[in-house]
Write a protein that binds this ligand. Structure first.
Ligand SMILES: Cc1ncc(C[n+]2csc(CCOP(=O)(O)OP(=O)(O)O)c2C)c(N)n1
Ligand SMILES: [Mg+2]
Length: 332
């Protein structure tokens, strides 16, 4: 795995801050009704992504996740302007504005969504891994899910076949403590989600999800195992979301103090403190990064604002149509 150099920490700081501010901007424009539908933000969970990206080979590895999916494609190389435009429903978006918040897709960058059915992406992730194994590629698929999704039957069916066929997949739970307003403790007899792997003899582990280098290390081990043909790993990455489940969450299920306490472990602050401890940057240099991030977010907003909505025909062009089906053609 790549070393944890000064540059890596500086990049982590800049990227994670950008993801955080990008989402803060989304929250703002959502309130102004520029972005509609649901909006599930990732604030607090950034180290999970930063660590994973460090361990991945972005030239071939893939990622699939649920609906908390705006910043992952950006991390994988998608133009953030296109992601923001997608959320605005604009024609310049990643899916021409037809997907919206929960369905960011960018297969050309190895990002396969963006899924609204809780647990629905678990078998799909195994399917992507199956395809790679079948074709003889040594790519690995990171299949993400929330803690709530682990209670779905699809996880068990997928784990069984993924282990039987030793698929090159890493199953990653982002355990942020809650499924909507329901805590992990209220959904199962035990709270060590990673132990679900034991029944399938799948290597499994709990991981501190607030520190990118810890995530990177565990992810690297799991990815290497998969790449060597030794099959899947199940990682329970323990993290926290600072915002509500979606923008319409009154958060009666937790106290403000709980959130405040968790913010003391903030992954961005953690990385920044590490940079300062090592004297890798001065306050002035950090301010420059902060300014760059702010400008980049503003650029995304401007692009999304100024982009046109898709032409009406796009809506019809993306509907499956069989040439010889005996109905009137619906394309414009
Ligand atoms: C099959 C299905 N059941 C219920 C829902 C409604 N729902 C949307 S998100 C969610 C909670 C999922 O929580 P978790 O998996 O922990 O992910 P998180 O939101 O915390 O990232 C539920 C129950 C759904 N989208 N799909
Ligand atoms: Mg959750």
């Amino acid at each position: 795995m790549k070393k944890f150099t000064k540059q890596v920490y500086l990049d982590w700081y800049e990227n994670m801050l950008f993801w955080r501010k990008f989402e803060d901007k989304l929250a703002q424009v959502y309130i102004k009704q520029k972005v509609r539908g649901f909006l599930h933000l990732y604030n607090g969970q950034e180290a999970v992504l930063a660590g994973a990206l460090h361990a991945m080979d972005l030239s071939k590895d893939k990622m699939i996740t649920a609906y908390r999916n705006h910043v992952q494609p950006i991390g994988m190389g998608v133009d953030p302007k296109k992601v923001m435009a997608e959320l605005y429903g604009k024609g310049t978006g990643t899916s021409q504005g037809l997907g919206g918040s929960m369905h960011i897709f960018a297969p050309e960058n190895g990002f396969y969504g963006g899924h609204g059915i809780v647990g629905g992406q678990i078998p799909l992730g195994a399917g992507l891994a199956f395809a790679d194994k079948y074709k003889g590629n040594d790519a690995v698929t990171l299949t993400y899910m929330g803690d709530g999704a682990t209670r779905q039957g699809s996880l068990h069916e997928t784990f069984n076949l993924a282990m039987l066929w030793k698929l090159p997949v890493v199953f990653c739970v982002e355990n942020n403590g809650y499924a909507m307003g329901t805590s992990v403790a209220r959904t199962a007899n035990h709270t060590d989600i990673y132990k679900l792997g034991l029944g399938y003899e799948m290597p499994c582990k709990a991981v501190d999800g607030m520190k990118p280098e810890v995530v990177a290390k565990e992810m690297d081990e799991a990815i290497q195992r998969a790449r060597k043909g030794e099959g899947p790993t199940f990682l329970e990455i323990r993290t926290y979301r600072y915002r509500g489940h979606s923008m319409s969450d009154a958060q009666h299920y937790r106290t403000k103090d709980e959130v405040k306490k968790k913010q003391e472990e903030d992954p961005i602050l953690y990385v920044l403190n590490h940079i300062y401890d090592k004297k890798w940057a001065t306050e002035e240099e950090i301010k420059k990064i902060d300014k760059r991030v702010k400008d980049k977010v503003a650029e995304c907003e401007k692009f999304a604002e100024e982009s046109p909505y898709p032409e009406k025909n796009v809506m019809y062009d993306t509907v499956y149509e069989q040439e010889d089906y005996p109905f009137l053609p619906h394309k414009l």
